[in-house]
Design a protein around this ligand. Structure first.
Ligand SMILES: Nc1nc2c(c(=O)[nH]1)N[C@H]1C(S)=C(S)[C@@H](COP(=O)(O)OP(=O)(O)OC[C@H]3O[C@@H](n4cnc5c(=O)[nH]c(N)nc54)[C@H](O)[C@@H]3O)O[C@H]1N2
Ligand SMILES: Nc1nc2c(c(=O)[nH]1)N[C@H]1C(S)=C(S)[C@@H](COP(=O)(O)OP(=O)(O)OC[C@H]3O[C@@H](n4cnc5c(=O)[nH]c(N)nc54)[C@H](O)[C@@H]3O)O[C@H]1N2
Ligand code: SF4
Ligand SMILES: [Mo]
Length: 687
């Protein structure tokens, strides 16, 4: 039997067709608009049965033994009652806010995230925390503050495409297919990336920018476009505010001045600005290469402004504004006590820019546990995340998780984080769960992620765990739903759609026709109703109303002030098509045949450090040291290295975040630079 669903083995949310025989998942294929021979195939999806039926899956709830040495199996009743007792204990002793819920990136982004928010709000804690400060939410915030929502590049119909800090061939196959299709139709491709990725090699223009300095390039492009009057004057006049302030701020960034600081040539910058402004339609595919830098908010705001300045916003082949699905907001914020403040209270604009995103500055959780600021957190539930590996400054993060009085982890596998837990609740995989996800609610058409097989072993889908915990905590009224479908139907009420209707429309259901240039009939979702080159909201909060109006500030690269001792620039990445963050390193079919855990070192640097291919290298930053094998490669610039990301479960000695810091955070999004940092190398001598 074949079933339609959505893959959530990474955040790309590809629509898929899954084949199930005798109740077992046999295989799954991505759907695509491309002819079958042109489609990209995904090794993770090909390995879906290996993941789902892995002997390493956690199959039973686990409770730590009295002597603390190990875990014992328990049934769900006992495990859930144990967790509920801890919730009540901590609320009694230290207040409801001392309990936090931490969500990772993985399989349940989107609507289901509202379930733990609802639970925590009903319980009385404002502390449901996501990892958006390092993932894309800082960027979404920047788009929203500029033109009301996050724009989607419509690369398929573009004539000019800038891929800026994104590597879709490894991370988002549907988007990569759109770029390759446009290229076949003659589109020009520009890649802005410090690493010569496979896409950079194919590009018409590749700008090997200095990591973390993209904001300067964007401002220089804005300046050039304004100077040469290449902007869309009609659009700017009718639909934007703050043009004069932007012009003034951008004048600080002429191409000649920015060139050296970004490792680019002034002519390259000018040429890119001209081509982008004059080849229409053009879109910018911005990515996670821009995130995880302290200045992500201003950087991605400046890039958002380029889209508006050139009139590419909401045009076919440009950057299209979404037509989101109207949803019932499941959060219960009004149930929180009036004086309740989240631990992320230093980032009020970020906490509140969206109705449903909630709090995203993960690092505040570590502060609250270790420093007890703004107040102590004693208990954490981790859902679908592995913070001990994935959060910046792993040593400090681990220390915090060890200090907790209670740690509950909802997981599919034993991770470095789960090892520290008091209780582990075994989760069903994305193929065993019916849910809405981010992809299905942000824009038309909608797709249902449908359970194609029942939960394996004694695992439960996340929604069921949250609902059951809610009911046991006394919130039966808030969690009346017995099935995923009932909850989905309630949430989709305003859209007039049900889970069943989505199921019947496995190839996507549109509840609204695709429309462009929507701003001609309805205002932008900003306070002024226009694109905001200048933001009064930011100015009133004491922040620059225009990006980089006060300059770039300190070097955004971590430990730049210690480059005498740490002379090499380390880049986190790249994401490997076989793995998602810290996941799947325990699946033999994915581990075999890959490049392994390597650090890319330029041949000149290899000579300097006397390194041969495969030699073991020690990489150190002021925070700690890790080891991995050298891969000699001219894809990186001399003096920079690209360090494999995500291997911390496989081998804690290869955990990249041992090197990163969370000491200095961006003012607006609380983002610390965990992607670009100074480090030093040495050869590990063979014993
Ligand atoms: N230095 C550095 N740090 C980074 C990054 C980087 O590139 N460099 N990337 C950052 C980014 S963008 C992100 S999003 C974060 C990711 O941070 P995390 O979300 O912590 O990372 P994952 O490894 O994806 O962890 C997801 C966990 O959820 C489990 N899981 C998968 N599916 C399910 C499910 O259905 N239910 C439950 N309960 N569990 C499930 C997996 O087994 C896995 O252990 O890391 C960030 N950290
Ligand atoms: N296979 C796989 N797919 C994934 C994931 C995964 O781990 N594995 N993770 C998922 C998640 S959580 C996310 S957030 C997305 C992220 O997916 P993407 O947005 O594609 O992000 P990355 O692959 O981390 O980085 C993209 C590119 O940015 C470049 N880069 C690094 N620093 C800079 C910089 O300072 N400036 C510029 N211009 N470029 C820079 C890197 O060299 C890389 O080529 O992928 C998702 N999909
Ligand atoms: S790219 Fe991501 S979502 Fe798409 S099939 Fe592969 S793992 Fe699944
Ligand atoms: Mo992410």
């Amino acid at each position: 039997m074949k079933f339609d669903s959505v893959c959530r083995l990474c955040s790309s949310c590809c629509p898929i067709e899954a084949e199930v025989r005798d109740g077992r998942l046999v295989s799954a294929q991505r759907k695509s608009f491309l002819a079958p021979e042109k489609r990209l195939s995904c090794p993770k999806l090909a390995a879906a049965p290996d993941i789902v039926y892995s002997p390493r899956r956690l199959m039973k709830p686990l409770i730590r033994k009295e002597d603390g040495s190990d875990f014992r199996e328990a049934d769900w009743d006992e495990a859930l009652d144990w967790v509920v007792a801890r919730f009540l204990h901590h609320r009694e002793k230290s207040g409801a806010q001392s309990v936090a819920w931490l969500r990772g990136m993985a399989a349940d982004w989107g609507a289901p995230w509202d379930y733990p928010n609802r639970l925590m709000h009903a319980f009385g804690s404002p502390n449901t925390i996501g990892n958006g400060s390092i993932c894309f939410v800082g960027r979404e915030f920047a788009h929203s503050y500029t033109y009301g929502s996050m724009a989607f590049p419509e690369a398929r119909n573009a004539r000019f495409i800038i891929v800026w800090g994104k590597n879709d061939g490894n991370t988002a196959l549907g988007a990569a297919e759109a770029v390759s299709y446009a290229r076949e139709q003659g589109a020009t491709l520009v890649v802005i990336d410090p690493v010569q990725t496979a896409l950079a090699r194919q590009a018409d223009i590749w700008l090997q920018i200095k990591p973390g300095h993209d904001g300067l390039l964007a401002m220089a492009m804005i300046h050039q476009i304004i100077e040469e009057k290449l902007y869309d004057a009609e659009f700017v006049e009718r639909y934007t505010i703050g043009f004069e302030q932007l012009k003034e701020a951008a004048a600080r960034y002429p191409a000649e001045e920015v060139a050296g600081r970004t490792w680019l040539a002034a002519d390259q910058i000018r040429q890119l600005a001209r081509l982008y402004a004059t080849t229409k339609p053009a879109c910018i595919i911005d990515g996670n290469g821009l995130d995880m830098h302290r200045e992500v908010f201003d950087t991605t705001r400046a890039i958002a402004m380029l889209r508006a300045l050139t009139g590419n916003l909401d045009k076919p082949g440009g950057d299209v504004l979404p037509q989101p699905i109207p949803l019932r907001n499941l959060q219960l914020k009004d149930r929180l006590p009036a004086d309740s403040v989240p631990i992320t209270c230093d980032y009020p604009l970020f906490n509140s820019f969206s109705e449903t995103w909630g709090n995203q500055v993960q690092g505040c959780l570590v502060d609250a546990i270790l420093e007890e600021t703004p107040y102590p957190v004693k208990m954490v539930v981790v859902q679908t995340g592995n913070p001990v590996v994935t959060m910046a400054d792993s040593t400090r993060t681990r220390e915090a998780f060890c200090k907790l009085e209670t740690l509950v982890v909802i997981e599919m596998f034993m991770t470095e984080t789960a090892r520290l837990a008091d209780v582990i609740l075994p989760a069903a995989s994305c193929f065993e769960t019916t849910q809405l996800n981010r992809f299905s609610i942000r824009n038309n058409p909608m797709y249902l992620q449908d359970a194609v097989i029942p939960p394996v072993g004694d695992t439960w889908p996340n929604w069921r765990i949250v609902f059951e915990l809610g009911r046991r905590l006394g919130f039966a009224e808030e969690f009346p739903w017995q099935t995923a479908e009932e909850a989905i139907d309630y949430q989709l009420g305003p859209a007039g759609v049900t889970a069943e209707k989505l199921r019947q429309n496995g190839n996507g259901l549109r509840i609204e026709e695709l429309r462009y240039e929507k701003y001609r009939e309805q205002p932008f979702k900003t306070p002024s109703g226009k694109v905001e080159f200048f933001s009064r909201r930011l100015a009133e909060a004491g922040l620059p109303g225009v990006p980089f109006a006060e300059g770039l500030g300190d070097d955004p690269i971590s430990f730049a002030d210690q480059s005498d001792s740490y002379p090499v620039l380390g880049i986190s990445g790249s994401r490997n098509i076989r793995f998602t963050n810290s996941q799947f390193f325990n699946i033999p079919s994915l581990l075999q045949g890959g490049a392994g855990c390597v650090v890319d070192i330029h041949p000149e640097d290899a000579r300097h450090y006397d390194l041969q291919e495969g030699d073991r290298v020690r990489i150190e930053s002021p925070k700690g040291g890790i080891e991995m094998a050298a891969r000699i490669s001219a894809t990186v610039r001399p003096g920079t290295v690209r360090i494999a990301w995500g291997w911390g479960n496989y081998d804690p000695l290869s955990n990249l975040n041992t090197l990163t810091e969370d000491d200095r955070r961006g003012r607006v999004t609380g983002t610390s630079t965990s992607r670009s940092f100074m480090c030093r190398l040495s050869k590990v001598q063979k014993k």
